[in-house]
Write a protein that binds this ligand. Structure first.
Ligand SMILES: Nc1ncnc2c1ncn2[C@@H]1O[C@H](COP(=O)(O)OP(=O)(O)OP(=O)(O)O)[C@@H](O)[C@H]1O
Ligand SMILES: [Mg+2]
Length: 235
């Protein structure tokens, strides 16, 4: 394991109970993700992308195998400890945004910092900065039902990044967006990857995302069938 490894997965197997049987969604996955990478998990529907992403993020646990986050094993940690690691080091962006409807943009973005017990003065500064990154300063007091889809997703991105996570996971982040908004979102994430050295991992089958990726891991039927780095001269 290299010292810039963010996530290290060894011989991961994930089985789901289905009736009296088991369905094996991930078969034998060994994989390292490194600092600053911009990775896509791609492959057909049902190939295991979301399952793998959820295990990487500690939202779900493996049936067999080892997962280490920044060199700390997740296997031996209890639910609370996993939640703490997640809150501290990780950010999540979902297809359906998952914003809280009664909160404003500012309050939605502030939430991870409250959970991390940051003081109010620092919170205000971090939230304003994150909202500026995604170009929503003029919408900071709006609630989600007053926002467009692209603005909701940009709010979710600010929320995922506000606590300076090491790794951000995004599951189909552009699925509900039109082409222009999808490219805007990917440009923002590419910029943050470059400027803050934040690592990103996407689960996606959106062709528009492909062109931005620096590493593409292809899943088929619960196996990694291809893993390649893309040379980016202009990004
Ligand atoms: N909780 C569960 N119980 C049983 N089977 C599950 C469960 N979650 C996922 N699966 C199965 O595991 C396989 C992988 O699912 P997963 O959601 O990871 O696919 P995916 O690659 O993200 O697909 P999509 O592109 O459609 O989002 C699928 O066959 C799915 O039906
Ligand atoms: Mg999925």
């Amino acid at each position: 394991m290299e010292n810039n490894t963010v996530i290290s997965i060894q011989n991961l197997i994930k089985r789901f109970p289905v009736g009296s049987e088991f369905f094996t969604a991930l078969k034998d996955i060994t994989l390292d993700l490194h600092k600053g990478e911009f990775t896509g998990l791609v492959g057909p529907s049902g190939s295991g992308k979301t399952t793998l992403l959820n295990i990487i993020g500690g939202l779900d646990s493996p049936t067999e195998g080892k997962v280490r986050v920044l060199n700390q094993p997740l296997n031996n940690t209890n639910h609370n400890e996993r939640a703490r690691l997640r809150r501290k080091y990780m950010g999540f962006i979902f297809q359906s945004y998952n914003l809280l409807p009664v909160y404003t943009v500012f309050e939605n973005v502030e939430l991870p910092l409250i959970l991390n017990k940051m003081n109010k003065e620092d919170r205000i500064q971090k939230v304003n900065q994150a909202i500026e990154w995604v170009g929503l300063t003029n919408k900071r007091n709006s609630k989600p039902n007053m926002l467009s889809g692209g603005e909701c997703q940009r709010t979710a991105i600010a929320r995922a990044l506000v606590h300076d996570p090491v790794l951000v996971m995004a599951d189909e982040p552009t699925a509900n967006l039109d082409a222009e908004n999808s490219h805007n979102i990917m440009k923002i994430l590419t910029k943050l990857n470059k400027e803050l050295d934040t690592s990103f991992v996407f689960a996606t089958h959106d062709e528009k995302i492909m062109g931005y990726l620096k590493r593409i891991i292809r899943l088929e039927d619960g196996n990694i069938v291809d893993d390649k780095k893309i040379k980016k001269e202009n990004i």
